[in-house]
Structure formats: C-alpha cells, structure tokens
Design a protein around this ligand. Sequence first.
Ligand code: UDP
Length: 559
Amino acid sequence: MLRRRYLIRDEKGRVVETPERMLQRVARAMAGAEEISGGSAEARIWEKRFLSALSQGLFLPNSPTLMNAGRPLGQLSACFVLPVEDSLEGIFETVKQAAIIHKTGGGTGFDFSGLRPAGDQVASTGGISSGPVSFMQVFDTATEAIKQGGVRRGANMGILHVSHPDIELFIRAKTELDLFSNFNLSVMVTDEFMQKVRADRDWDLINPRNGSRVRKLKARGLFELMVESAHGAGEPGLVFFDALNRGNPTPALGRFNATNPCGEQPLLPYESCNLASLVLPRFVKGKQINYPALEEAAGLVVRFLDNALEVNRFPLPQVKKATRLTRKVGLGVMGFADLLIALNIPYESSRAAQVAQKVMKAINSAAREMSRDLARQRGSFPAFAKSVFPAQGETRMRNATVTTLAPTGALSLLMGCSAGIEPLFALSHKRRMLDDQLVNEVNPAFKARLAELGLDTLQNQKALAQSGLAASIAGLPFKDREVFKSAHEITAQGHMAIQRAFQLYTDNAVSKTVNLPARAPVKEVWQVFEQAHAMGLKGITVFRHGSRGRQVLELASLP
Ligand code: UDP
C-alpha cells in the first residue's frame, strides 16, 4: 500500500522513493516552517526531531501530508467543510471547489440544509427546485469522476438538518433508493428534537428559504425512520448539533453545521484541519504506559501540525483565510486496542475507559501546553480574542483546537496496528485487496499468546480462520477470551463507554463505529441513539454485522 499510494513515482509510474526518503521528505517540509522564526539552524534541529519520531513509528500525519509534503501539490489537510448556497451558481461553485479539494486527497463535508426543498419554487425560472438529495447526486457523480487521480477516493459527508422538509427522502436515499457511492450521510439532530422524541410530540419541517412550516409529523416517526435505516444499513449517522456547538471554540465566527467525511472534525465553512495520530502501542514499556514519552511526543506533533499550517498549499483562497484564522489542528491516537492487549485489559471494562481518559487527558494537556508555548513565540491564532479562551483565563493559544480522533483507516494499515480507538475487528480476517484477492491475517499479539499457551495448533488455526473469534479456541483461559474480544462481541454500551471516555478530553470529535451483532433488534439502535445523545457524545454511527454497506471509509482503507 505504501508503494501504491504514498511513494513518489517518475513519469513512467515507477516508484522512485524509499519509505525512509518519504519520512525525510515529510520531516524536512514541516521543519521548513521553523526557518521563518528561527533560521535554518533551528529548522535542521526540528527536522531531526520530527524525523526521529517518524522513524521510530511514534506518529503519522494524515495521508495527504504523507503524499504531498515537500512536493509541488503541497496540500496537507484531510478535512474540509464547504458551504452550499441556495442558488444554482452557488451549488455548482461548491461542486467545483470540492473537485479541487478531492484532487489533492482531502475529504469534504457539506451541510445541505440551506437548499430549498424539492418541489419548492424557483423565482428566476418560474420552475420548481429539485431539492438537496437531487443536487447531492451531482456532487456524488463529480466525486466518482475524479477518484483523486486513482490514489485516494473522494470522501464526502452529506448533512441535512432534522427539520428540513426533505429529511425523510434524505434518510432513505442510500438505503432504499441506492443513491450515492461517495457519501456518508448524517442527520443533524438538535436537543429540541430529542426532547420531542422522548415526549412523543409533533415535529415541524421548515422551508429554509422563507422559514415557513411545510408539514408536521410525529418526532418519533421520524426518529424511527433513522433508526430503521441505520439498523438496516449503518446509515445515516447522527450528529448532535448542541453537543457540537457546546464544544465550539469560536462561536462568534459561526456555528457548526457540518463535519468532515468521517465525523471527527466539526468545522466552520471553508475551514480545513490537519490531523496526526500517535501510535499508542509504541508507548508501552514493560506493562506500563510511558506517560512522559507520550506527552513529549504529543507536544512535538502539535508543533509539527502548526508548522503544517505555515507550509500548506491551501487549495482555495477561502480555505486559507478561514483555516489561518483559527489554526485548528487535530492530534489523536491509533492502536488503542493493541495498547489494551499489551496491558492485558479487556476493551469492555471500566479499566479500559479509565486508561482511555488518562491517555487522552495527558495528550490533550501536553498538546495545549505546546500550543501555549507556540503562541508565546509565534502569536495566538488571529481569532483568539473572539474565542472562548479568554473567558477561561487563557492569555494565549496558538490553535483553537488541538485534538481529534480520526479513524486512521490507511495509517493504521501502514503502522500494522489497530485502527483509531476501535476494538480489533476480528482476530483473523480475510482482507480483500484491490485486485479482489483474499488474504488471511491473524492478529500477531493473539498468535503470540496462543504460542505461549501451547495452543497454536493447526486445528485452532482452522477454527480461528473460520470464526475470527478468540472464543473458538478450545481451552483458552477466560481472561484471554475477554482481552481478545472483537468488535461484534463487545456490547454497544462497551463501545460507547470508550467513545465517551475519549471525547471527554478531545477538543474536536471522535470517529467511532458502534458495532452491533447481526441479531440486534431495531429497538437496540433506538436505545443506542438515545443513550449517545444523553451521554453528550457529539455523534453516533452504528453498524450491524452483516447489514449492507460498504462505507466510504472501508473502501478507502483498502490497501
Ligand atoms: N479521508 C478522505 N478520503 C479517504 C479517507 C479519508 O478524504 O479515502 C479524509 C476524511 O476527511 C476522513 C479523514 O481523511 O475523515 C481521516 O480519515 P483517516 O484517518 O481514515 O485517514 P488516513 O490518514 O488514515 O488516510
């Protein structure tokens, strides 16, 4: 995968870069920003530090940085949000902007709630509008055509507010109507809506063009539609408007109405964000987490990401302006499940949630500390005075946000660790390569443990290849069965407890899928959605085992 996607090729398509050279290229490009304040000697020192951390596999920046740093394209961000105006010119302008971003490997999120509903009037032509779902197909087709030069698929997040008159069509679009192959869908849900669901009240659908009520329906009926669709095909996800906006560091600049494709990064229109992820298993010493090393790395990566904001070639002038105003960066983690296994802690346990909180708290504080330091040297982000920080007693901050938990789909494959904060998907699974070949992979920690116990027999290997579950190994001690549980054996509550633990110390949002067993009833999804809201999560995505759905990300994460 490294060869296919990341390393430089010549004009004949031959790979002309080694992985080491790639890391050098990235470290040098990011250290380049140090020249501005510290001169070339300073830049060389930071280049060495960045390279050392990258070479030890302590962290990786998001894919566009690996692909584009130090190269003519130079676009480094994974996440963008673009505004969509309620006019034909506006819509097609955004299609064009999205195309430009996809070409550079970025993913785009859109709030389509400002578009007048299907069947509404169009003044200039006297005709009728085709509505957001119809226009989203234009975005989808454009994305399909670009395919990011064959390197990285264009990923989109389509968001519609729960009060939009076309919301039912939107919810059904992917599951029943089979529309969109390049979109994740999320409904923007408000606290008010959730209250009406709980109280079984009516809900108004409002035309965004003039604020008039188009129709009313039962809040529960609409909620049930989302629940059933998510149960059937894992979509839509929900994003919680009020939770997102309670975490908005610059409300004076506008409210969050959209996120990037996988939901972990709420952004204002035209903002972009660079992500990076620490490789948690690399910070285990003996059976302990090496916190000083973790904190030091967190600080270093924030500096790396702030530098990225200086050397980034922004794909659009509006993006440059909005991004430099708040200077958001998103440091997160990958390999959390591997970390727990190394510490012999089951994913579904209160200890795991404690570890999650402690790890993320340490990372977040170290990241903030570095952002303060950088502000001392380089100044606060320009919108600082209008942000929430002065009221919190902060006198300076370089970045409006410092932490985000990305899915790390491709990055975790590169590092050979578990993805983001997800549990192991299976202990052994077949991976479908792009050429459709199936390869079998066994989790290395589990293989080692089996060998240690004298259980790595041919018979057990077969059983494992069939089920993918630790439970299929006869004679495996109970504790090991708990520690090696995979995503579908963990209850929804177990998944959400980890999501919440990380969210508590994450400035932006958390990418997480709550897996459900194939037999999970519809009402379980209902409960999960309600609980997610009550727990203060910023969003929720469920995926029932065996239900349809090749999500954008799953496709994207193929090697
Ligand atoms: N993303 C994208 N296309 C892809 C995969 C990811 O545009 O094929 C964007 C999207 O905004 C997503 C973010 O990158 O939310 C982070 O995804 P992930 O962590 O999986 O990316 P990686 O850096 O591992 O490639």
